[in-house]
Each structure stands twice: as structure tokens, then as C-alpha cells.
Design a protein. Structure first.
Length: 92
């Protein structure tokens, strides 16, 4: 019989890599990537290997030319506007 309930090396590759997609709304503290050497931290993102968001907002990806003509992908989190402030302004 096979073992049930454990992570094997066969399926471990599925748990690594990017955890969110572009345009997705995330909360503060959400893990965005694992194996962070492929992506760099942009605005409102911290970490080296495991990139996490520092605020709630929408995820954006940008590419920038790096050393030796290699493209580097940055992950940014664009903060959300407060809905309560918007609603208060529209009532006035």
C-alpha cells in the first residue's frame, strides 16, 4: 500500500513557485511566491525566498532589463483605496 497524507518528492514541485496571479486581490501577509530567486520584491512586498505582501491590494507584475540582457520580473502590490472614505465623499 502507498503512504497517504505525506508530501513526496514527486508532488513537491507543485507546492513551489508562484502562489498568486496578476490582478488578484490579496490581504496583508499573503505569501506571493516561494523560490523567490526567480522574482524580485517590488513595492509593498518583502522577503528574499518567500515574498509576502505588506498591505492589502492588487498584485501586479513588471519586467525590467537586468544584467546581461536578462529580464527580471518584479512583483508589486498596489494598495486598495478605502471604501469608507469613498462612500463618505459621495454622500456630500
Amino acid at each position: 500500500m502507498t503512504k497517504v497524507g505525506r508530501t513526496t518528492h514527486k508532488y513537491y514541485k507543485e507546492t513551489r513557485g508562484i502562489k498568486v496571479s496578476g490582478g488578484q486581490v490579496v490581504k496583508a501577509g499573503t505569501v506571493l511566491t516561494r523560490e523567490g530567486h526567480r522574482w524580485k520584491a517590488g513595492q509593498n512586498v518583502v522577503g528574499l525566498n518567500h515574498l509576502t505582501s505588506t498591505c492589502s491590494g492588487e498584485v501586479r507584475f513588471t519586467q525590467k532589463r537586468g544584467k546581461y540582457k536578462r529580464a527580471v520580473t518584479y512583483i508589486h502590490v498596489v494598495p486598495q483605496e478605502k471604501k469608507t472614505v469613498k462612500a463618505a465623499k459621495s454622500k456630500e
